[in-house]
Design a protein around this ligand. Structure first.
Ligand code: ADP
Ligand code: MG
Length: 274
């Protein structure tokens, strides 16, 4: 009786690399793109009399490009952005009061090398989170270590870490970042413990890495924000603002553009600080 192969089992010839020892060796070296493309490109190189070094160069570039792509995707995943937003998607004409040139300069990422912070301040819906993420995505593409947190989540997770005796380890972890994005500071006031934790985060990053902070709160109200503690609010502001770019967005909400914006006291404090 002859036994038939079940449908699901591929025939030995289904995988062309199976009988290709060179491809197998390349794969075991992790050079998957080279393994996949070396033969086709070799045929083409023979046909077009391409020099050997060009042929090798093309293969190596293809492998490198794939690796960069993967590294970018991994960095994006590790950053934990709530959504991917890009600068290209941002409609500057919608926010004529926003300094487009300053934002485009930030996208060059020099602020990361200079360990400067970026503060994005303005009322809800004007694109603070969008811009913070867009800069974070650029930083990932530039092979930087990036993490995104909503301020309240970051403080909660640090409070938990503290309770579990893990705070030092968490702070070391945060301190390794090139860019820490703290989004939406100010929707809720922090208690004393969290205000202290926030201070520790800012101290840890100070002159070692960069923070992008978005907030709807004018600086005069920061004492309330940090458990009514003028001293800690001052110490935090001092470190955050020492080396910083301040981007004020005072315009209509992109979510509800039909609502007129009231004269915003936040902008006055921003103007003072400039
Ligand atoms: P904020 O953080 O200031 O409250 P968001 O960045 O969350 O505002 O913006 C709200 C929504 O509107 C998001 O989906 C964002 O992508 C979009 N958005 C805001 N401003 C713009 C803009 N100028 N161009 C394109 N999309 C925008
Ligand atoms: Mg936001």
């Amino acid at each position: 009786m002859t036994r038939t192969r079940p449908f699901s089992t591929p025939s030995p010839d289904a995988d062309p690399l199976r009988n290709d020892p060179l491809a197998q060796q390349l794969r075991s070296l992790g050079l998957y793109v080279v393994a996949e493309r070396y033969r086709e490109l070799a045929e083409e190189a023979t046909r077009t009399k391409t020099p050997y070094t060009h042929y090798l160069g093309t293969l190596v570039s293809a492998q490198l490009a794939a690796r960069m792509d993967r590294s970018f995707r991994e960095r994006l995943a590790r950053a934990r952005f709530p959504a991917i937003k890009t600068l290209e998607e941002f409609d500057f004409s919608f926010q004529p009061n926003l300094d487009e040139r300053a934002v485009r300069t930030l996208a060059g990422l020099e602020f990361l090398d200079e360990r400067k912070n970026v503060l994005l301040v303005g009322p809800p819906g004007v694109g603070k989170t969008h811009l913070a993420i867009a800069l974070g995505v650029k930083a990932c593409a530039a092979r930087k270590r990036v993490a995104y947190y909503q301020a309240a989540d970051l403080m909660d997770s640090l409070a938990l870490a503290q309770a579990a005796g893990m705070l030092p380890a968490r702070l070391v972890e945060l301190g390794r970042l090139h860019l820490l994005i703290i989004d939406e500071l100010g929707y809720t006031n922090l208690d004393t413990a969290r205000a202290n934790l926030f201070f520790q985060v800012v101290s840890r990053m100070y002159e070692k890495g960069s923070i992008i902070l978005t907030t709807n709160r004018r600086f005069e109200t920061w004492a309330d924000l940090f458990a009514g503690d003028q001293v800690i609010a001052g110490a935090i502001l001092d470190r955050l603002l020492h080396h910083r770019h301040l981007i004020a967005i005072n315009g209509p909400s992109y979510r509800t553009p039909d609502l007129t914006v009231m004269a915003d006291p936040l902008q006055q404090s921003v103007a003072q600080i400039r």
